[in-house]
Design a protein around this ligand. Sequence first.
Ligand SMILES: Nc1ncnc2c1ncn2[C@@H]1O[C@H](COP(=O)(O)OP(=O)(O)OP(=O)(O)O)[C@@H](O)[C@H]1O
Ligand SMILES: [Mg+2]
Length: 254
Amino acid sequence: MIEIKHLQKSFGEKHVLKDVNLTIEKGKTTCILGGSGSGKSTLIKCLIGLLETTGGQILVDGRDITKIKSEMKLAAVRRRFGYLFQEGALFDSMTVGENVTFGLKYLTDVPEADYPKIIKEKLALVGLKEEVAKLNPSELSGGMKKRVSLARVLAVEPEVILYDEPTTGLDPIMSDIISDLIIDLKNKLGVTSVVITHDMHSAFKIADKIAFLYEGNMLLQGTPDEFRKTDNPYVKQFVAGSSKGPIQMKLMKE
Ligand SMILES: Nc1ncnc2c1ncn2[C@@H]1O[C@H](COP(=O)(O)OP(=O)(O)OP(=O)(O)O)[C@@H](O)[C@H]1O
Ligand SMILES: [Mg+2]
């Protein structure tokens, strides 16, 4: 569905993405792994057109979206993508229900009379009861906030969901519940998922394909099994979470 070819993105002299190649298949879950500052969020932002690329192509259904100049046409592509922010980014001044329908109000012409039905349906998809709609985000736990954010993404019925670190900051059990939810949504709705994560346990569980971003290139792409068995010393170190190996973290600002 999405083909990223020789993608480059620089910020001035800083070449964050040098030659990124990745195929994202329809209805599958692709996990993107990589160290802090390796450019994972930059890649996702290029995908939804929030950042202008400096080279290469991003083909969505065969069409290069990096060449689209018209705001209206770009907005039409963006509508097909749902973006789950790392922080959840719920609006504290609105109820859960208002948060869930926020995108509907601004992006669609769905009549307001349909909102209660949609709120109920989307909350059910993420395993929450209808009563939660009346609460304020401040009354929710971290795991519930993630679910509500996901319900808000689902409300606009995207074809592709981009998750930026969906399990970060959650306890291991809640992380696993969120992983199950990602699998469940794939099976129920057939959505295409792209998941940025540091959580190896989650990646191995949910991914059809894993891609490892390192120094501006996709160092390895493959099935979870291929990742477990790889001889690549960089990937092995990352998967093991070890400070010993070829990857040297840059602790000082270059
Ligand atoms: N708008 C920007 N202007 C300049 N440099 C930027 C900008 N956005 C990102 N960068 C730089 O690009 C690099 C990659 O950042 P990015 O946020 O994509 O990393 P990441 O892999 O998502 O990291 P993390 O795992 O910590 O979220 C960093 O060195 C960052 O400083
Ligand atoms: Mg990031």
